[in-house]
Design a protein around this ligand. Structure first.
Ligand code: PMP
Length: 383
């Protein structure tokens, strides 16, 4: 199988699978128990917190373990909004966030908050002037993703953080899921208050993630339950998942420089392929300052992308339309529409997401399959 869906999920490192099963088997105690076995499990959690904090260059007490980025985003956005409700009711986000942020903001709107969805330019990036203009006395939270999961566009997080330094009462949340391991992450320098991660996007296990919560930032808990994770995420900690996530994050960050170089090479090769097939239009950016190294997104305007996905599948090639979370709903992509693409282009997007372990030969195999598909589909083109 040729797997080109690394934005949706990644294959876990062998070491991660080994750690996961060892900890599951050996350290099954509840880390909140006060007996020796519980303390041993707690020690593993503490150590994992330290490893992750060192990798992200933050303090261990700023890491909250969650079940993944969807939960982290909910705890961050709802938790910050509800905590700050008495000071203001305005949230700023973008029109191209992942559904776990976008739908969370829509929920906040139904609860009486006002939300500004910043527009993006043709490369999928917000303009700082628009952010500046949107800020009011009522603004309590800005939530902007680092790398878009569909298009790979990179938001100017450092500049946004710099702008928000003049507004110390506004909480700055970043959905970091698609940026970690692909781009440098400097939470302290950027002035980020809250940052969400999912382990399975960086070759860790599914169902575990984290929220970086800068010391001093207060959130309202969304759950009734125990005291775990300062009451913000009560419930028995997923010890095997947490230890395995720490391993995955550490290994990913250690390997990042070579991995990025390789992904860029593959990305450039694939962009050349897309450019050379007249029926395909590249949607993701070319400029590596503004486009992530692991995503190539293109459309066959007027052609249903699921037809192409299934034809690729016949050659044992796995790719994706839109994002995995919304790929079953076949409406035009909200992200592409926000970037100014017409409906035909926005409904026809194919996302190829790469990993450093892939080869030039893999891209050549994909190219051959795409050329055959386009030849077969050409007579069916609409209008
Ligand atoms: N944010 C982004 C940018 C994502 O790509 C994803 C996963 N598709 C999530 C949040 C949610 O992560 P999870 O499904 O692991 O909760």
């Amino acid at each position: 199988m040729l797997y080109f869906d690394h934005c949706a999920s990644t294959p876990p490192y062998d070491e991660v699978v080994q750690t996961l099963s060892e900890v599951m088997r050996m350290q099954y105690s509840n880390p909140s128990s006060i007996h020796q076995a519980g303390l041993a499990a707690e020690k593993l959690v503490t150590r994992s917190r330290e490893v992750i904090a060192a990798a992200l260059k933050v303090s261990p007490n700023e890491i909250l373990f969650t079940s993944g980025a969807t939960e982290s985003n909910n705890i961050a956005i709802q938790g910050a909004a509800l905590k700050k409700k008495s000071r203001g009711n305005h949230i700023i986000t973008t029109g191209i966030e992942h559904s776990s942020v976008y739908e969370c903001c829509r929920l906040m709107q139904r609860q009486g908050f006002e939300v500004t969805y910043l527009p993006v330019d043709a490369s999928g990036c917000i303009r700082l002037e628009d952010l500046q203009a949107a800020i009011t006395e009522q603004t309590i939270l800005v939530s902007i993703m680092h790398v878009n999961n569909e298009m790979g566009s990179i938001q100017p997080i450092a500049e946004i953080g710099k702008l928000l330094r003049d507004y110390p009462r506004i909480i700055f949340h970043v959905d970091g899921v698609q940026g970690l391991g692909k781009l440098p992450v400097q939470l302290k320098e950027w002035g980020v208050d809250l940052y969400s991660i999912s382990a399975h996007k960086v070759r860790g296990p599914k169902g575990v993630g984290l929220l970086y919560c800068r010391e001093g930032v207060q959130l309202q808990s969304l759950y009734a339950g125990g005291e775990q994770e300062r009451g913000l995420r009560p419930g028995t900690l997923n010890v095997p998942g947490i230890v395995a996530m720490a391993k995955a994050i550490r290994m990913t960050i250690e390997r990042q420089p070579e991995a990025v170089e390789k992904m860029l090479q593959l990305r450039n090769q694939l962009i050349q392929v897309v450019d050379s097939i007249p029926e395909l239009v590249l949607n993701s950016g070319r400029d590596t300052e503004r486009a992530a190294p692991h995503i190539v997104h293109f459309s066959y305007p007027g052609m249903k992308p699921e037809v192409i996905i299934h034809m690729l599948e016949e050659s044992d090639i796995m790719a994706s339309t839109q994002s995995a979370c919304s790929s079953k709903d076949l409406k035009p992509s909200r992200v592409l529409l926000a970037m100014g693409c017409n409906e035909a282009r926005a409904a026809g997007g194919i996302r190829i997401s790469l990993a450093a372990e892939q080869s030039e030969q893999d891209i050549a195999t994909l190219e051959a399959a795409l050329r055959i598909i386009v030849t077969k589909l050409k007579p069916l083109e609409r209008g």
